[in-house]
Design a protein around this ligand. Structure first.
Ligand code: ATP
Ligand code: MN
Ligand code: MN
Length: 375
């Protein structure tokens, strides 16, 4: 069995939602390599292969020590032949040829650059690459047809590439609080996603909003958006209505993990402190971003109070942790977990919960705090 430094046996559970995965771990030199292969598999639309590499990487993130030899991997779950081959090569030679050639390949780099544009998915990027395009600049140069999201994505590309700091997230939190409080007092607003898990930087800032009086949250998003628009905060926004209905016979089978909350994908405009003193941007349309301006991706989600615990769990991440929770629920408990509800197929009923702790208990799992969901 696997021993840690103290000679005590490590029991590595096989689902990521059964384990504690801190943000900082000891095996980034291996997990970064495996995640390149995972990302490449995603670019090739091979989800099964991608998840296999991500699960392997995640197991190494949960190890309390640095992997020094293949011996250290005995008894660990989720490490397939391919992952083991890659790890072995890195341990012996310092790097893996497959990983390095993937990283250097034109296809991989172009996919990374093009899917890095807000609003661009793998399918679209792939089509553009087959037409000979490689970078966001190529999209402008060749006058590609872009939808509204992609236009914003190209326009604010370099700004959105810059990591969002926790300080910026706090600043945006204050703006969102001001907006929400002025349109509906008494709301609860929670910072979600990577920042809730303790990350210092993120690719966006995620918020979940609810009101303790069920029903009060209806129509809230459009009021929030109007307020933000009046203040000239929004460079882009796309709002989706709530389309969730609870069916008596249990949740409908759905192919995607997308939830059905009222939600807004947006780009906020922040004034960097340098421009604040000047007379910059009297934003009448809110569509410009001058040199003293910072563009940040923001996701807003509104949930009814009765679903708030499920929404909280579903929007905290990590993506792999969420995926593993759902797999655990289905495969081990005959339950269906979503960001709205938990349905027990053996008892044919919805299991209610007011806290994340209650959901873990329903699922027969030890509670894992957000800071240890960095699977
Ligand atoms: P980052 O720092 O890169 O933003 P993150 O963990 O916050 O990392 P996000 O992509 O912002 O990543 O996602 C945050 C959480 O919201 C994840 O747990 C994800 O499962 C959930 N999520 C994101 N998009 C959707 C969606 N369309 N439907 C349902 N849940 C989603
Ligand atoms: Mn996020
Ligand atoms: Mn997000």
């Amino acid at each position: 069995p696997e021993l840690n430094g103290d000679g005590a046996e490590i029991l590595m559970k096989s689902y990521a939602c059964q384990r504690r995965t801190p943000l900082k771990h000891h095996n980034a030199f291996l997990t970064e390599a495996l995640e390149i292969l995972a990302q490449n598999a995603e670019f090739n639309d091979n989800e099964g292969r991608s998840v296999a590499f991500r699960r392997a990487a995640s197991v190494l993130k949960a190890l309390p020590h640095r992997v020094k030899s293949m011996e250290d991997l005995r008894c660990l779950p989720c490490l397939g032949d391919h992952s083991q081959r890659v790890i072995k090569e890195i341990l012996e030679d310092g790097s893996s040829r497959e990983v390095e050639s993937t990283r250097q390949s034109e296809q991989f780099q172009a996919m990374k650059a093009l899917t890095g544009v807000f609003g661009v998915g793998v399918r679209t990027a792939d089509r553009w690459i087959r037409e000979g395009l490689r970078t966001p600049d190529d999209l402008i140069r060749t006058g590609q047809q872009l939808n509204r999201a992609q236009q914003a994505g190209v326009q604010y590309y370099s700004e959105l590439q810059r990591a969002v700091t926790r300080a910026e997230a706090e600043l945006i939190m204050a703006i969102v609080e001001a907006a929400v409080n002025s349109v509906l007092p008494g709301c609860q607003i929670q910072l979600m996603g990577g920042f809730r898990r303790g990350k210092e930087v993120g690719h966006d800032v995620d918020f979940l909003i609810t009101h303790p009086e069920e029903g009060k949250e209806e129509g809230l998003m459009s009021k929030i958006i109007s307020w933000l628009e009046e203040q000239g905060v929004l460079l882009y926004q796309k709002t989706t209505r709530n389309s969730y209905v609870e069916r008596l016979d249990g949740p409908a089978r759905s192919a995607s993990n997308m939830d059905r909350f009222e939600r807004c994908f947006s780009i906020f405009k922040l004034h960097s402190s340098a421009s604040r003193s000047g007379s910059a941007s009297t934003s009448e349309s809110g569509s410009a971003c001058d040199s003293g301006c910072r563009a940040v991706r923001v996701d807003l989600v509104v949930s009814p109070f009765s679903q708030f615990a499920f929404a909280t769990l579903g929007w905290t991440g990590s993506k792999l942790f969420e995926r593993e929770l759902r797999r655990w629920a289905g495969q081990e408990k005959q339950m269906t977990l979503s960001s709205h509800t938990l349905y027990d197929s053996k008892q044919n009923l919805y299991l209610r919960a007011q806290t994340e702790e209650e959901i873990f208990a329903h699922l027969g799992l030890e509670f894992i705090p957000p800071s240890e969901r960095n699977a």
